[in-house]
Design a protein around this ligand. Structure first.
Ligand code: GDP
Length: 367
C-alpha cells in the first residue's frame, strides 16, 4: 500500500493489493498524473458501477464531525427531488454552523417557473422541515448557471472558515464540486460523476486560498428513492436530462394514471378536474379506468408499463397505497425520485401507489 495516495475521483485511499476491495488501482495507474481508483476509472470510461457501499454509520460519523467544527455548511438538494433528497436529520448535526441551501438541476424545470417564487418556496419548505438557511440559491451544476454567484456567496458567508458541502447521493454534488474546481484552477473532471447513486466515498479536500478548505462529503444514500428499485436502464429513463415538459390531464372521477410500471395515481372523487404531471419526458404515462387498473398492472407490467422491464418485474416490490385529500388548489403529490403530480384544483380525493419503500409526500405546489 502506498502512503498518502488518494483517488482524485472519489477521495478513497489508493491500494494496489486487493482487487475487489475499495481503493484498488493497478500499480501501473500510479504512474499517471491524475490517479484514480479502478472503480472510478470504470465508471468514468465504461459507465460501469462496481458495488461498494458505505454504511449509514459511516455517514453519521462524518455528520457528527461536521457538527463539531466551525464551518459553513452548503447543503445541496435536487430540485426535481426536493423531498427525497432533503436529508431530514441534518439540522440536528449542524450545531451553530450556518447552512446555505442550494437547489441543483434547475435546468430541468420548465422555463416558465419563476426563480424568485421557487426560492421563496424553498425557504418556506426548509423552515417547515426544521432548517433555517442563511440563504437559498438555485443552480445548474451541469450547465453552470448560478455557480459563479454561488461561489461568491460561499466565499462571503464562510467568513474565513472551512466549507462542508453535504447532500444526498445523486443530487449533483460531484458535478458541482467539479465546476467549483474548474472555476479555481481550470482542471476538468477530476471528480467522478455518474447517474448511479452512492458514488462519492470519502472527504475530498479542496484547498481555498486562505489556507482553509472546501470539503466534499460522501453522499448520503437515500433509501426511499425510486432509483434504488430500478436497473440502470430504468434509471436512465426516469432521470430527466433536459427541461421537463409538463403534461396536463383532465381526469374524470375513477381514472388512473400509470407512470411506467413504477407508480400509479388514482383520481377517486371530486368531479372533472385538471392535473399536471412533472416527470421525465422519457417516462410513459398511461391513462386507464380505475376499475381496470389492478388487472392492467398485473397483465402489462414489464411490457406496456415499463420500467421495470420483463426480467425485472419479479424482483420489483409490490405497490403500497396512500390516500390524500386535496384541500387547497395547487397541491403536489410527490413520488420521491420520480416526479410529482400537481392537483390544480381543491376538493378531491386521490390515491398514490408506489413500490414498498419509496416515499410519497404531499406539499404546497412548487410551481
Ligand atoms: P452526486 O452523487 O451528488 O455526487 O451526483 P453527481 O454529480 O454524480 O450527479 C448525479 C447525476 O445528476 C448525474 O447523472 C449528473 O449528470 C446529473 N446532474 C448533476 N448536476 C445536474 C444539473 O445541474 N442538471 C441536470 N439536469 N443534471 C445534473
Amino acid at each position: 500500500e502506498k502512503e498518502g495516495l488518494y483517488c482524485q475521483g472519489c477521495g478513497v485511499k489508493i491500494q494496489t493489493e486487493n482487487k475487489g476491495e475499495i481503493g484498488y488501482a493497478p500499480a501501473s495507474a500510479l504512474e499517471r498524473d491524475v490517479i484514480i481508483c479502478q472503480r472510478c476509472f470504470r465508471l468514468k470510461h465504461y459507465n460501469e458501477l462496481q458495488a461498494v457501499k458505505l454504511t449509514d454509520d459511516d455517514f453519521l460519523k462524518i455528520l457528527n464531525e461536521i457538527g463539531k467544527t466551525d464551518a459553513l455548511i452548503v447543503k445541496i438538494v435536487d430540485i426535481f427531488d426536493f423531498n427525497g433528497s432533503w436529508l431530514p436529520g441534518l439540522h440536528r448535526f449542524v450545531g451553530h454552523n450556518k447552512v446555505l441551501l442550494v437547489g441543483n438541476k434547475v435546468d430541468l424545470l420548465p422555463k416558465s417557473v419563476k426563480k424568485t417564487k421557487l426560492i421563496h418556496w424553498m425557504k418556506y419548505s426548509a423552515k417547515e422541515l426544521g432548517l433555517k438557511p442563511v440563504d437559498v440559491f438555485l443552480i445548474s451544476a451541469a450547465k453552470g448557471d448560478g455557480v459563479r454567484e454561488l461561489a461568491h456567496a460561499i466565499d462571503e458567508l464562510r467568513e474565513g472558515k472551512d466549507v462542508y458541502v453535504v447532500g444526498c447521493t445523486n443530487v449533483g454534488k460531484s458535478t458541482f464540486i467539479n465546476r467549483i474546481i474548474k472555476e479555481y484552477s481550470g482542471v476538468e473532471d477530476v471528480i467522478t460523476t455518474s447517474q448511479f447513486p452512492g458514488t462519492t466515498l470519502d472527504l475530498i479536500d479542496i484547498p481555498l486560498d486562505d489556507g482553509k478548505s472546501l470539503f466534499d462529503t460522501p453522499g448520503i444514500i437515500n433509501h426511499h428513492q425510486m432509483a434504488h428499485y430500478v436497473s440502470e436502464k430504468g434509471l436512465k429513463i426516469i432521470s430527466p436530462k433536459k427541461e421537463i415538459k409538463p403534461k396536463v390531464y383532465q381526469l374524470n372521477e375513477r381514472q388512473t394514471l400509470f407512470f411506467g410500471g413504477l407508480a400509479r395515481f388514482d383520481y377517486i372523487s371530486g368531479g372533472r378536474k385538471s392535473f399536471t404531471c412533472y416527470v421525465s419526458n422519457e417516462l410513459n404515462i398511461h391513462r386507464t379506468k380505475l376499475e381496470k387498473a389492478d388487472q392492467i398492472y398485473e397483465e402489462h407490467k414489464g411490457e406496456l408499463l415499463t420500467p421495470p422491464f420483463t426480467d425485472e418485474v419479479q424482483d420489483f416490490p409490490p405497490f403500497v397505497k396512500q390516500e390524500f385529500m386535496i384541500r387547497e388548489s395547487k397541491t403536489d403529490i410527490v413520488f420521491h425520485g420520480l416526479g410529482w403530480v400537481t392537483c390544480n384544483e381543491a376538493g378531491s380525493k386521490v390515491v398514490a401507489h408506489v413500490p414498498k419503500g419509496v416515499g410519497v409526500t404531499i406539499r404546497k405546489s412548487l410551481i
